[in-house]
Design a binder for this molecule. Structure first.
Ligand code: PEP
Ligand code: MG
Length: 587
């Protein structure tokens, strides 16, 4: 695979987010920069030091520019982080030691700088002081930037793409995906990942075509290469020929006219042909996404992933800061409901630079995550609970806990919530005393004890992204086994049916807020199984609504009943797909 030969090359990956894009590639390398190592001839040594000086100056200019932009667009407090970055560039010890290393070894300056900066990063990360430990992160960031400048590589920044680009990355962490430049990214391609990797959830919410699990693609492309990303069939076509461009142009035209039809239903109610109203809500990660949810006429926010307030920041947001964010969402949506999920940090979402709070784990998805983490970090958890309670007097707020494994854990969380209620009463601060408290069903043990949990909960919300990974023992972000991640596995269907039945027995509602809910192929199956509400990325609301308006609930129930009798996930998927295609035609 050598795209530089400029012949058309098609690479197969996993189709993660539908759509087609054509454009130039921006290669985002998250891992450490690969630095070539070589000996510099004695007569070129002065130039080598001058090259280092120039890279430091360019880096300083880049950081100052980012700082000004952040100050203008976000605020002075956030911009202050970059002062620490600028200070790194003036650090006598770091710069001086790099030069001394160069003088004594004669190796190229990148090699020397990488060696010295890594030593400092290591030393800082081992210091027993939180503030100094955080400096390790600053130092690493700046060192990467200097290395990119020395190597003449484009700046590796996801949040400020130079132009409209197809982002090709080895991997993108949840915190990085939150910074993805939403106005300039055309498509997202990753070497690793699967349909429920967080970066893909973001891509789907942005309606960005995405193909993942394209092994080693980053090693074979360079910035500026041209490509088509086909998010329907999971293809990346490098250096497409005129013929291929023409064919894809036709597909795009059809897609555009279909999208226009979808938008026509935007303002219409989500009611089936046999007159059953369906509740369709939106998932959000940031308070400002509420505008998007409203523009797609969501019936409420079914999942507010609050951990994103904690990612990409060096500090834990205070009770007051969180209160303001939750209140803004509650007020904007009122009288519609807003389901605020308590922190789901850890797992694939650790806070950057906080190694003491998020120790390295062999198996992070099975580890110190979400409610488990909150129950051990009571002060942080209580700040959040009080903030949510306070926001509850400003709208129709509901709250839910992620990753509950059983009744005991729920009881422990609720005891802490009761303490927070007392504390607010003592401070004379108002809150909704009838706040509905639900639990996510995303661990098999919770699903199997749904009868017990339902007696103690205001509602259930099924997190199919995690539920499927834990039930089928398939790591949701591992591309090697992504083909085994099957939402239509009979075990999943039976579990969903059981959870719905137990919830309804206790007269509580069940929503699904995993990616399955926003896929129009699965939506009828979920509704047919009795799910009361679907919550999804706002941009998927029209597609699901369009289908809801084209089907009957009676047919959806028949689909689900038949699916429950089948044994093959592929056959069940084919039935769902046929159900969808019979009702929604692209042409
Ligand atoms: C889920 O697991 O389905 C879910 C909605 O939560 P998250 O994707 O944030 O883990
Ligand atoms: Mg989850």
């Amino acid at each position: 695979m050598d795209p530089r030969a400029k012949v058309e090359i098609t690479v197969q990956g996993i189709a993660a987010s539908q759509g087609i894009a054509y454009g130039q590639i921006f290669v985002y390398l998250q891992s450490d920069v690969e630095v070539p190592s070589y000996q510099v001839e004695p007569e070129k040594r002065i130039d080598e030091v001058a090259r280092f000086d120039r890279a430091l100056i360019v880096t300083r200019q880049q950081i100052s520019k980012i700082k000004n932009e952040v100050e203008k667009n976000i605020g002075p407090e956030e911009a202050a982080i970059f002062d620490a970055h600028l200070l790194v560039l003036e650090d006598e010890a770091l710069i001086g030691e790099t030069i001394r290393e160069f003088e004594s070894t004669g190796r190229n300056i990148e090699t020397c700088f990488q060696k010295v900066s890594s030593r400092y990063v290591q030393a800082f990360s081992e210091i027993d002081d939180e503030y100094l430990r955080e400096r390790a992160g600053d130092l690493r960031d700046v060192a990467q930037r200097v290395l990119h400048n020395l190597l003449g590589q484009a700046e590796n920044s996801l949040n400020r793409l130079a132009d409209q680009r197809i982002v090709v990355a080895s991997d993108i962490s949840p915190s990085e995906s939150a910074t993805l430049d939403r106005s300039a990214a055309l498509a997202l391609v990753m070497d690793s990942g699967s349909k429920t990797s967080h970066a893909v959830i973001v891509a789907r919410s942005m309606k960005l075509p995405s193909v993942v699990g394209v092994r080693d693609l980053t090693k074979h492309v360079t910035n500026g290469d041209w490509a088509i990303v086909d998010g329907y069939d999971g293809l990346v076509i490098l250096n497409p020929s005129e013929g291929t461009l023409f064919r894809y142009g036709k597909i795009q035209e059809r897609k555009k006219s279909f999208e226009a039809r979808l938008l026509e239903v935007n303002r219409q109610p989500a009611v089936t042909l046999d007159n059953v109203a369906v509740t369709l809500m939106a998932n959000i990660e940031r308070a400002d996404e509420v505008a998007k949810a409203k523009s797609f006429f969501a019936d409420g926010i079914g999942l507010f992933r609050t951990e994103f307030l904690f990612l990409n920041t060096q500090r834990i947001p205070s009770e007051q800061e969180q209160f303001l964010a939750y209140k803004a969402v509650a007020e904007a949506m009122a009288p519609l409901p807003v389901v605020i999920r308590t922190l789901d940090l850890g797992g694939d979402k650790p806070m950057a630079g906080k190694a003491d709070l998020f120790p390295k784990e062999n198996n992070p998805f099975m580890g110190f995550r979400a409610i488990r983490w909150c129950l051990e970090h009571r002060d942080i958890f209580k700040d959040q609970l009080r903030a949510i309670l306070m926001a509850s007097s400003h709208g129709n707020v509901r709250m839910m806990y992620p990753m509950i494994s059983g009744v005991e854990e729920l009881d422990r969380a609720n005891e802490i919530l009761a303490e927070c209620r007392e504390e607010l009463k003592a401070r004379n601060l108002p809150f909704d005393s009838g706040l509905a408290v639900g639990t996510m069903i995303e661990i098999p043990s919770a699903a199997l004890t749904a009868d017990l949990l339902a007696k103690k909960c205001g509602f259930f919300s099924v997190g199919t992204n995690d539920l499927i990974q834990y039930m089928l023992a398939i790591d949701r972000v591992n591309d090697r086994i992504a083909h085994l991640y099957e939402p239509t596995h009979p075990a999943i269907l039976r579990t969903l049916r059981m959870v719905v039945d137990e919830a309804h027995r206790q007269k509580i509602q069940v929503s699904v807020c995993g990616e399955m809910a926003g896929d129009p192929v699965y939506a009828p199956l979920l509704l047919g199984l009795g799910v009361d509400c679907l919550s999804m990325s706002p941009t998927w609301l029209p597609s699901v609504k369009y289908l809801v308006r084209a089907m009957t609930m009676a047919d959806a129930r028949v689909l689900a009943a038949e699916a429950l009798t089948l044994t093959s996930p592929k056959e069940i998927y084919a039935r769902c797909d046929a159900f969808y295609r019979a009702r929604v035609k692209m042409d």
